[in-house]
Design a protein around this ligand. Structure first.
Ligand SMILES: Nc1ncnc2c1ncn2[C@@H]1O[C@H](COP(=O)(O)OP(=O)(O)OP(=O)(O)O)[C@@H](O)[C@H]1O
Length: 269
């Protein structure tokens, strides 16, 4: 039987050749390499994500998590390897190409414009219009209503969508960024340390939004250094070490101690 841990020992073996049916995976990355000059950030890393699950990606500083995320979100082009989305090979020339394929990334800096309102941020670069030709105008009413509905569906309690982002708390901003990512019909939402800068209450609120996202069938990739959060929220955990994804565990079947041992290499995968 091919176990996930073996994928990385034999990167040429695609995850979808294992015993889990390909259709279970929304994403399969196989043998991804990426170097920056002499720095080999990814050395043939392979990982998978399933629909309607939260997959955590953990590892020490410099393990390659952000580089993997950037390859999946079109910021970097892998030097080699294959990414399958819904079973089909994809390549992303740029972040827009990943977005077109249904992969949204909530960056650490959130990429929200402070001086615009919540609804304007939702539709930044993707504005809805009505009318034709020279009579075409922005459909503000539709955009406001859509943004409000999305926030409501995700049970996000933020001030009216006409509020400027500048007025929102850290947790509210994070929730808006997640709701925006979810609202564009994405199949996968990638989140890099979504609660790192938040207090206890705001963290709980954002975690609630992430869980709602999972319930709606979206696959979430959560990069987090917070072990409690990883154990609480995720369904599967991939552990990265020195440019490789060295192990996958079901979150319910592992422990913080085992994950630490896998991260440091004290325990073989
Ligand atoms: N643009 C870049 N240019 C040069 N080296 C890079 C670049 N991006 C990443 N690296 C290097 O690649 C390696 C992996 O970095 P990466 O940021 O992917 O790790 P990480 O697991 O996300 O770490 P952290 O938890 O600290 O964010 C590190 O040695 C890093 O210095």
């Amino acid at each position: 039987m091919t176990t996930p841990d073996q994928y990385n020992e034999r990167p040429s073996v695609a995850p979808h050749t294992g015993t889990t049916a390909t259709r279970d995976f929304i994403l399969q990355a196989t043998g991804i390499t990426k170097s920056f000059g002499g720095v080999h950030a990814l050395k043939g890393a392979s990982m998978t994500m399933r629909r309607g699950e939260i997959t955590a990606l953990i590892g020490d500083n410099g393990a390659g998590k952000s580089t993997m995320v950037r390859c999946l979100s079109g910021i970097h082009r892998p030097d080699s390897g294959e990414i399958l989305l819904d079973g089909k090979p994809v390549t992303f020339e740029n972040p827009n190409a990943a977005i077109q394929q249904g992969i949204e990334t909530v960056q650490q800096n959130l990429a929200l414009v402070e001086d615009l309102t919540v609804w304007q941020n939702f539709f930044l670069g993707r504005e809805k219009t009505h009318g034709f030709g020279p009579f075409r105008t922005l459909d503000r009413k539709l955009m406001k209503q859509t943004a409000a509905d999305l926030l409501k569906n995700l049970a996000v309690n933020v001030p009216p969508v006409t509020s400027k982002v500048r007025r929102l708390s850290g947790g509210q901003r994070q929730a808006v960024a997640i709701a925006r990512a979810a609202g564009w019909g994405s199949q996968i939402v990638i989140m890099d340390e979504p609660t790192a800068a938040l207090g206890v209450q705001e963290t709980a609120r954002v975690e609630g939004v992430i869980e709602t996202l999972r319930e709606s069938g979206v696959a979430v990739l959560l990069i987090s250094h917070n072990f409690d959060q990883v154990m609480r929220l995720s369904d599967h955990v991939w552990v990265m070490r020195a440019g490789m994804a060295v192990a996958e565990r079901r979150s319910a079947e592992t422990s913080g101690d085992e994950l630490v041992a896998l991260i440091t290499g004290a325990k073989a995968a």
